[in-house]
Design a protein around this ligand. Structure first.
Ligand SMILES: Nc1ncnc2c1ncn2[C@@H]1O[C@H](COP(=O)(O)OP(=O)(O)O)[C@@H](O)[C@H]1O
Ligand SMILES: [Mg+2]
Length: 243
């Protein structure tokens, strides 16, 4: 696959320190620390309800964090609204995807293009190499796609913003195995060929092991373990991930 010529960044990465967030009186994120380097996929693991999705929303600015810092590519983005974070090169596919079901596939992708800061108006060709089904279905309504196709569309729309960091919240949830495999290939392509950082929330360990180089485990709103994938051993899995 072609490597985009604009991908020349070296150090762009996300660094989170001491992040706290509350829903009403409940303390949901507790002094969370995390980073996501370029050219790697970092997977955030943890049981249901530990705060993974809340963390992703705070990183994107969809939810304000109560305290702590978030830096991206050398900028302190803690107080920035989501659209400013998108312009800096952050993209986010929320859990449950949230495509526009009344718009066509092409219109959904153009929503992503419209958010770009560089004025590009062409849907990147590499997108259709990763997810050929989107090219075949450009005129279809988003709502008429299968769940797996909608997930590919949601990722495609995020990629149309031209990101340096892609945040994916449980992209394989409830999706058929062949599409899960294609999404895995896409992540590997993005980190290796497009120098991107990918931050992935995932419950499927086999998928995490295939695509990620680094992990971080959350438990009750805290980050309790992190390291290279090889350090994710049976003890950690038994303690924090087994149900
Ligand atoms: N909008 C909300 N209002 C109140 N509590 C919430 C809301 N969203 C999530 N929570 C609670 O915050 C905690 C963390 O949720 P979430 O971040 O979705 O966890 P995860 O993604 O790890 O499953 C859970 O206890 C959940 O019930
Ligand atoms: Mg979640």
């Amino acid at each position: 696959m072609r490597v985009s010529s604009k991908c020349i960044w070296v150090d762009d990465m996300l660094t989170v320190n001491q992040l706290n967030q509350y829903y009403g009186g409940s303390h949901i994120l507790r002094d969370v620390g995390l980073d996501a380097p370029a050219r790697q996929c970092t997977v955030v693991l943890g049981r249901n309800g530990v705060g993974k999705s809340t963390l992703m929303k705070c990183l994107m600015g969809v939810l304000p964090a109560a305290s702590g810092s978030i830096a991206f590519g050398g900028h302190d983005i803690s107080a920035m609204p989501p659209h400013a974070r998108v312009r800096l090169g952050m993209a986010y596919v929320p859990q449950g995807r949230e495509i526009f079901s009344q718009l066509s596939v092409e219109e959904n992708l153009r929503v992503g293009l419209a958010a770009r800061s560089d004025g590009a108006r062409e849907i990147p060709g590499t997108l259709f190499e990763m997810f050929p089904v989107l090219k075949k279905m450009l005129r279809r309504r988003g709502g008429d796609l299968s769940g797996g196709q909608q997930q590919q569309l949601a990722i495609g729309r995020a990629l149309c913003t031209g990101p340096k960091l892609l945040i994916l919240d449980e992209p394989t949830e409830g999706i058929q195995p062949n599409i899960v495999h294609d999404i895995g290939d896409a992540i590997l392509h993005l980190i290796h060929e497009q120098n991107m950082a990918v931050l992935l929330v995932e419950q499927k360990l086999a998928f995490a092991r295939r695509v990620a180089q680094r992990f971080c485990i959350m438990e009750k709103g805290r980050t309790v373990a992190a390291g290279p994938m090889d350090d994710l051993d049976d003890r950690l899995i038994g303690q924090y991930l087994a149900v």
